[in-house]
Design a protein around this ligand. Structure first.
Ligand SMILES: [Zn+2]
Length: 227
């Protein structure tokens, strides 16, 4: 027996495109309980294909929309085609990142801005904020090794390694907490990371109702007060 998953995308203008994502095959008549239903490996494959299809479609629509000159509305000439890679919870996706020549009506633009790349302007980081949050939360709640194992077991996320989990957990704590933001020097930052407060910080951020901004609500004293 075969199951095929097709994705239908419909634009706001009503244009519809379909793409075949994946086909699962099983014996027509199962013989054990383990053969019933969707398997984890199949789910990860499906999620990865769905993510790639959605993400590439969104990025292509974004590039097409921003190809039009903001001054006169004509399509700006294509200079070249490049690619960018974006890490997500559901896999790393490579997207088209075309560069356009700036329209003639705006030729007074400095030379450095003669070429524009809307996709590069959109992808301001190598990973999505959602991936960053989940990695930071796992890094705060468990060991980095176990965090990687959990991610790898349940999701097609990549890269799933201890270093990325560690660096993103630290980055979140340093960027979004008042204590971390004060640890500007290398020595202060090392002391901050060694203080053992970082997991508490990230957990506090995760529990807050409005995300990172409510970190201060958990009320931990400044690092200096703890020495
Ligand atoms: Zn123009």
């Amino acid at each position: 027996m075969h199951w095929t998953v097709r994705l239908e995308a419909r634009t706001s203008a009503g244009e519809v495109t379909t793409a075949e994502l994946v086909t699962f095959s099983r014996p027509g008549v199962v013989s054990t309980l383990a053969e019933i239903g969707l398997m984890l490996a199949e789910t990860k494959t499906l999620l990865a294909k769905l993510q790639a299809s959605m993400l590439c479609g969104q990025v292509a629509a974004y590039a097409a929309h921003h190809r039009a000159c903001v001054g006169c509305g004509v399509l700006q000439p294509l200079k070249d085609r490049r690619t960018r890679r974006l890490q997500t919870l559901f896999g790393t996706v490579e997207v088209e990142a075309p560069r356009f020549k700036v329209c003639r009506c705006r030729l007074t633009t400095p030379m450095a801005a003669v070429t524009v790349s809307p996709v590069c302007a959109l992808l301001t980081a190598r990973c999505t904020p959602e991936l960053e949050r989940v990695q930071a939360e796992l890094g705060a709640r468990t060991s980095f090794r176990d965090g990687v194992r959990i991610l790898e077991a349940l999701l097609p996320v990549s890269p799933a390694n201890q270093e990325s989990l560690r660096s993103r957990t630290h980055a979140v704590a340093l960027t979004h907490s008042p204590i971390g933001s004060r640890a500007r020097s290398a020595a202060a930052m090392a002391a901050f990371l060694a203080s053992g407060l970082m997991p508490l910080m990230v957990q506090g951020l995760m529990r807050s109702s409005d995300g990172w901004s409510a970190w201060s609500d958990i009320g931990l004293p400044p690092l200096a007060d703890r020495r």
